[in-house]
Design a protein around this ligand. Structure first.
Ligand code: B12
Ligand code: SF4
Length: 454
């Protein structure tokens, strides 16, 4: 069969990083890897490419079109599905990806034929065996089909680890970036997280316990990656000291020299100081650290394992081992003006090279959604708004306008005074720095608009 796998373009209405920062669509590459031996598979990445969807559809003439999705993509996927059926109503349409996992019912509609909640070698091969024969699809674990009234077998599961087919995105790869690193590949070496922070979807998607891929297989993937930089997307790549030492040993033995960036927890940084030195020598350039807050009770409320003092120690260690810190913080809707001020002081004390600030987001269907239900501005099906970039929970101590003013002030302070321009220019070059500055400016203008709107 001819199968077209599509990542939709981000809709203008959604405010996300996607416009200026996107990486390879790993999920679609996994699906391509599962199907390529028996089928002709093509990835159409509308975020990276400038292709016209209808023209591509007509020229490739697929029997199946599969869309990947995040929360902000629901409308976009439905629109493209409608277009697909208008062009040829016999094309079978699949929806998969993060949002199909978290809320498959978002895609229960007339245009979409099968929603793949979770992906395994077994369920995808079964599904395609029926599609190829043109037979009715029976109930298959993890898949909701329109012909079965979107019923499921009721057996829960999570996505299987699949080695992605990176060749399937060959034509787009030079566009893929991770912050200033471009071109940059994504790599997953382990999934799940045992920390269970209550605002976080990641352990809910991947499982509540770390599950490692064998390091020999990981190294084999790295050897096939052409890009000089690799973002390791594991939730906490630094969680296991022995594994990290072995990772370094394997890199050294194979003389691999790449730039690595990874997510890391505060506790792992503190516990594995020595190993961090070795990782730094082996190319670990930056750690993304979720410091989240400046208040002990908030960290506790988020079920974060770290402490404020721990945050400060982790920041010092990263400086000592010469690994940049890309910090992330949650803007809590219960902050008042004094809190914002304290927060700015705390960021200054931690002095990360780069900081990103995200308003606390309580996605429908999560624990936080129930906690903040009465204060949420958007309807669950107002998908464009669930972007993790805008204030979605009514502030309790400030008016929305005043809250946005503080968000704006804090963003300006962080971007203009604290984020380290010399680090960025030195690491990424002036052109990339200016591109990133343009992106931040766009975000600031959006916040000004939201503030004025109140
Ligand atoms: C790496 C990452 C990023 C990177 C790179 C993303 C990229 N490729 O461009 C960056 C930093 C750029 C990023 C940005 C954003 N991200 Co992000 N990101 C992730 C992260 C950590 C991993 C995603 C990943 O690649 N996983 C590995 C792949 C293999 O998994 P997968 O895509 O789910 O694919 C599997 C299945 O779903 C299936 N599948 C996928 N597609 C399809 C399609 C079909 C047809 C089928 C059958 C199957 C299938 O195949 C795979 C089998 O294992 C996740 C957290 C997580 N652990 O999921 C958040 C996450 C997905 N991001 C999230 C968000 C919100 C964003 C932003 C919108 C944030 C913002 N405010 O701007 C932006 C969007 C920008 C963009 N590029 O789209 C949310 C999504 C929430 C939701 N309900 O959708 C998550 C869950 C994090 C969170 N906040 O909780 N992100
Ligand atoms: S440590 Fe990170 S990935 Fe793990 S639950 Fe907390 S926020 Fe999520």
């Amino acid at each position: 069969m001819r199968i077209l796998l599509v990542r939709p373009q981000r809709r203008k209405k959604s405010i996300t990083l996607g416009e200026f920062m996107f990486s390879e669509p790993l999920g679609l590459e996994c699906v391509a890897a599962l199907l390529r031996d028996k089928h002709e598979v093509k990835i159409l990445d509308l975020m990276a490419g400038k292709e016209d969807f209808s023209r591509e559809l007509i020229s490739f003439s697929p029997q199946v079109v599969g869309f990947t999705s995040l929360c902000v993509d629901v409308q976009g996927v439905k629109e493209l599905a409608r277009k697909t059926k208008e062009i040829n109503e016999n094309i079978i349409i699949l929806a998969g990806g993060t949002q199909a996992f978290l809320a498959p019912e978002n895609f229960f509609c007339g245009e979409i034929d099968h929603i793949v909640k979770y992906t395994t070698q077994d369920n995808i091969r079964k599904l395609f065996a029926y599609l190829e024969k043109g037979e009715n699809v029976p109930l298959i674990d993890g898949i909701y089909s329109r012909e079965n009234g979107f019923l499921s077998t009721g057996i829960s599961g999570i996505n299987e680890y699949i080695v992605p087919d990176r060749e399937a995105t060959e034509k787009y790869r030079s566009y893929y970036t991770y912050f200033g690193y471009q071109p940059c590949a994504l790599l997953q070496t382990s999934r799940g997280c045992s920390s269970h922070c209550n605002f976080c979807l990641r352990w809910r998607i991947e499982g509540g316990q770390e599950q490692d891929e064998p390091l020999e297989d990981v190294i084999a993937q790295i050897k096939r990656i052409a890009e000089p930089s690799i973002m390791i997307i594991d939730n906490n790549f630094l969680y296991n000291k022995e594994r990290l030492e072995r990772f370094c040993h394997l890199l050294e033995a194979s003389n691999i020299q790449k730039n690595f960036i990874c997510y890391a927890s505060v506790e792992s940084i503190i516990h594995h100081r020595g190993t961090l030195k070795r990782l730094s020598k082996n190319g670990l350039r930056a750690c993304l650290v979720g410091y989240e807050s400046f208040k002990a009770e908030e960290l506790e409320g988020y079920n974060k394992k770290a402490t404020i003092n721990g945050n400060i120690i982790a920041a010092e260690i990263l400086k000592e081992v010469d690994i940049a810190c890309w910090a992330s913080f949650i803007l809590n809707p219960d902050w008042d003006t004094k809190d914002f001020l304290q927060f700015r002081k705390h960021v200054k004390e931690l002095a990360p090279e780069i900081s990103s600030l995200t308003p606390l987001t309580a996605l429908p269907g999560t624990f936080l959604y129930n906690k903040y239900k009465e204060r949420i501005f958007f309807a669950p099906d107002d998908y464009d708004q669930w972007s993790f970039s805008v204030v979605s929970i009514k502030p309790s101590k400030l008016s929305l306008r005043h809250y946005y003013f503080e968000v704006l002030k804090t963003n300006l302070y962080v971007n203009l005074l604290l984020n380290n321009p010399s680090y960025m220019i030195q690491q990424f070059g002036l052109g990339t720095f200016l591109g990133l500055a343009k992106g931040s400016l766009k975000f600031l203008l959006i916040y000004i608009k939201l503030m004025v709107k109140g």
